[in-house]
Design a protein around this ligand. Structure first.
Ligand SMILES: [Ca+2]
Length: 408
């Protein structure tokens, strides 16, 4: 008998029967023989799966893949997946071997070179700040990414938002900072960076001193004056605030007082700005060196409006007074004159749990933060780290506000 050469099954069974030719009755007997083919099996698994597997340049399917009935020999295996490094491997299949091979595919990488017009823009790649242009970001998985850029100058904010596709190797992108926002007049840029908030001395609620990183923002150089606030009141047809008619506090260039927290927020919205966070307020007041008073570490009469007539003001002073008491950024009356609303809720121990970047205050408290002291306070209460708080709906003649930009 012959066995066909193209057997493809793993085994075949041949039955042989013997016949006695002598004519005598004899017990027939049979013999079972099993012929095993010499084919092997190769199982290919990959991470990630659904890769395409070529065997000797012929596409055989996607992983996980079982290649059966391979004759013994050497095979060229190529594994491909878009955006991944290709794998090329030679695999030898032995007689009747059952072989499982696993492969990990590596993502293709690219480098991104960024420039911008104007240069010096902060790049935010997938939500993370990466540095300033010109900038190189190394070894990025190929793919499409969100990219944003911003540049703050004293008068204008430049912004960009878009996507970048990273291909293998070198990628170049010129970011056109096409969206511009004009900074409202009378505001000062507080540059992005770290400062020390709070104090290890002072009152318990000022503890501990801790490092805070803030993004760029602008803050009003002066407290909001009656002339600005009355404009808002007229435009919105609101009742005129009580103290606007009180001679002790009235006058176009004096700070608006008796403003509730809600009133302050509504004014801010109308002005296209917002109230500062407590952290923003304090940095603008004390500078990167962390002065006790906006102008330095020593109190001195004549640099702020406090509870003393010898500074020239029994009640509120004009918002542009005391230029010698300006903070390192040139912000006026951060000590004395009026307490200023901050957007944060107040919690005496918040500094122990505050996040290190752009903190926004605790949640679910009742009072809001006030900072800076007022015309009726002592030198202790006008320190840059001094914290106070108030219920949001009360109107007091020693509470006013100043605002920051941009609103979000
Ligand atoms: Ca005074």
């Amino acid at each position: 008998m012959s066995i066909p050469e193209d057997i493809t099954d793993e085994e075949i069974t041949i039955t042989l029967e013997a016949v006695d030719k002598s004519g005598l009755e004899a017990e027939p007997f049979s013999l079972d023989a099993t012929l095993l083919s010499s084919q092997g099996q190769l199982i290919i698994e990959t991470d990630p799966d659904q890769t395409q597997v070529y065997v000797n340049d012929t596409l055989r399917g996607e992983t996980p893949l079982s290649l059966d009935k391979l004759l013994p020999g050497t095979y060229r295996i190529r594994i491909t997946l878009e955006d991944y490094e290709e794998i090329n491997e030679t695999i030898t299949i032995e007689n009747r071997a059952e072989l499982t091979r696993q492969f990990v595919l590596l993502k293709l990488k690219g480098d991104l070179y960024l420039e911008s017009d104007p240069p010096g823009a902060k790049i935010i790649f997938q939500g993370q700040a990466k540095g300033r242009t010109p900038l190189k970001i190394d070894y990025i998985d190929v793919g499409t990414y969100e990219i944003a850029a911003e540049k703050y100058t004293p008068d204008v904010i430049y912004r960009f938002k878009g996507q970048v596709e990273i291909k293998k190797g070198e990628n170049r992108m010129k970011v056109d900072l096409f969206t511009t926002e004009k900074v409202p007049p009378g505001m000062v840029l507080i540059p992005e960076g770290e400062y020390e908030m709070g104090s290890d001395g002072g009152a318990a609620n000022e503890n501990p001193a801790h490092k805070i990183h803030l993004n760029n923002y602008y803050i009003d150089k002066t407290e909001v004056s009656w002339s600005e606030y009355i404009k808002f009141v007229r435009e919105q047809k609101r009742p005129k605030p009580f103290y606007a008619n009180d001679q002790r506090f009235s006058g176009k260039n004096r700070p608006a007082v008796g403003i509730t927290f809600k009133g302050a927020q509504e004014f801010a919205k109308w002005a296209g700005k917002r109230l500062p966070t407590e952290a923003e307020w304090e940095k603008a007041a004390k500078g990167e060196k962390g002065f006790v008073y906006p102008w330095g570490d020593e109190f001195s009469l004549g640099k702020a409006n406090v509870a003393s007539d010898s500074d020239g003001h029994k009640f509120t002073a004009p918002v542009n007074s005391f230029p010698r008491g300006a903070s390192p950024y040139g912000v006026l009356n951060m000590a004395g004159n009026v307490w200023e609303w901050c957007t944060d809720y107040y919690n005496a121990t918040y500094y122990y749990v505050s996040p290190p970047r752009n903190p926004k205050g605790p949640k679910n408290e009742k009072r809001h933060v006030l900072r800076g002291g007022a015309w009726n306070e002592s030198r202790y209460d006008i320190r840059t780290t001094r914290r106070w708080s108030y219920w949001p709906d009360l109107q007091r003649n020693y509470i006013g506000l100043r605002l920051v930009f941009p609103p979000d």
